[in-house]
Design a protein around this ligand. Structure first.
Ligand code: NAD
Ligand code: MG
Length: 398
């Protein structure tokens, strides 16, 4: 039976909760056993405490120091060690474990993902933003430490599952599928006025708020293009995106001999999470079957880069290299959160990203001294500052 020592960073989020639910299901079915080293969360203390009571980790961390007393109170008498703050988050990532789920959202997850990758553990990577900012260095860090990064993002899990790892030269192209998001068929004139509520109502996937906005702008697919480039050492020109509204084919690998390999399944994050959790084996769970007959047909279309320019901006950032992917990511994070706060119109998300990339190229942004993680964080901070200037300008113009 599989027995793993696991930590979950971002245990209270959409991906983190699904990870714990899968682990719970496997233990109940008697197919696997898990020892939990550390769990981390943010503001949802109730959910974090509930997970801690179930899994009895050696350490539980909320990143918010002002919530430490609440967490202590919720776990009083359990004997579970509680800590709070940024340093505690890193401590959680450094707890000895075989497998670490990096499921914090945004650049807030970079330092802990970087720390986890340095331990030699297998890192299940949901936190795509950290890979976008710091990709080649993060991949190298995991390998040097004797571990590896395994993608949890469904598209990259799909590619990982069909990629000819022993003969990568046989690959001609990666094709990422995109659902097209909630506004796939929304006319440009209407996009101007869409609300956060409409943007987070994704047709196929149930996810955290930030990635839901990213899916609506297609910035998510842009981040995923960059993520794929670093995970599979592929140049930008060899990564395509195709819109596939049913989200059944999760991505494809096209080989030089004309063979194209695809991975399929119902749109459920538990499948890519289970794949990463059990790798190199497979773990059973009550996965819904793929019913091809009731699906009837699968459809595909080209992405509309006029209505969704964030995809093109990501491609340009990947092609430019250097700090550009981290700048794209920072500007997108600032703009997506401003949209969620109703401080920015939907169409201005991409506009702020474009403005920021332009402003940053003029100011020749590079990271300061220190390791690649510190450098990426320095770029991120400066890019955020520029993004907020661009955001203010767009707001005033509106
Ligand atoms: P979420 O918002 O549901 O959860 C985020 C987690 O991060 C929570 O545990 C929260 O407490 C924690 N967190 C938030 N801010 C933090 C901070 N400043 N410091 C430390 N922890 C913080 O997000 P999610 O949808 O689970 O997404 C997590 C990551 O996985 C993202 O990078 C996302 O792009 C990626 N991802 C998610 C899905 C999905 O289906 N939800 C699919 C693919 C990839
Ligand atoms: Mg994805």
């Amino acid at each position: 039976m599989m027995h793993r020592r696991v930590s979950v960073l971002g245990a209270t989020g959409s991906v983190g909760s699904s990870t714990l639910a899968l682990m719970d299901e496997a233990e109940r079915a008697g197919t696997a056993r898990f020892t939990v080293a550390a769990l981390t969360g943010g503001r949802n203390i109730e959910r974090l405490a509930e997970a801690a009571r179930r899994w009895r980790p050696e350490l539980v961390v909320t990143v918010w120091p002002e919530l430490k007393a609440d967490l202590e109170h919720a776990l009083a008498g359990t004997g579970i060690a509680v800590a709070a703050g940024e340093a505690a988050l890193i401590e959680a990532a450094l707890q000895p474990a075989d497998w670490i789920m990096a499921a914090i959202v945004g650049v807030a997850g970079l330092k802990s993902t970087w720390a986890a990758a340095g331990t030699g553990a297998i890192v299940g990577l949901a936190n795509k933003e950290s890979l976008v900012c710091c990709g080649p260095a993060l991949m190298a860090r995991a390998t040097t430490a004797g571990g590896r990064i395994l993608p949890v993002d469904s598209e990259h899990s799909a590619i990982h599952q069909v990629f000819p790892h022993e003969r990568p030269e046989g690959v001609r192209k990666l094709v990422l599928t995109a659902s097209g998001g909630p506004f796939r068929q929304t006319p440009a004139s209407e996009l101007e006025h869409v609300t956060p509520e409409r943007a987070v109502a994704h047709p196929n996937w149930s996810m955290g708020a930030k990635i839901s906005v990213d899916s609506a702008t297609l910035a998510n697919k842009g981040l995923e293009m960059i993520e794929a480039a670093w995970l599979f050492s592929m140049p930008e020109a060899k990564i395509d995106v195709v819109v596939h509204p049913e989200s059944i084919i999760h991505s494809l690998v096209e080989c030089v001999d004309g063979s194209t390999l695809a991975q399929m399944g119902p749109p459920d994050m538990r499948t890519p999470i289970a794949y990463a959790l059990a790798w190199p084996k497979r773990m059973p769970w009550q996965a819904p079957p793929l019913d091809m007959v009731s699906l009837g047909r699968l459809t595909f279309e080209a992405p509309d880069t006029e209505r969704f320019p964030a995809l093109t901006l990501a491609r340009q950032a990947l092609r430019a290299g250097g700090a550009a992917p981290a700048i794209f990511n920072a500007a997108n994070e600032v703009a997506a959160l401003a949209f969620l706060d109703r401080r920015l119109a939907f169409l201005n998300i991409a506009a702020v990203i474009a403005d920021t990339l332009e402003m940053a190229s003029a100011s020749d942004l590079v990271g300061g001294s220190g390791d690649a993680c510190e450098a990426a964080l320095a770029v991120d901070q400066e890019a955020r500052r520029l993004a907020r200037i661009c955001l203010d300008r767009r707001e005033q113009a509106a």
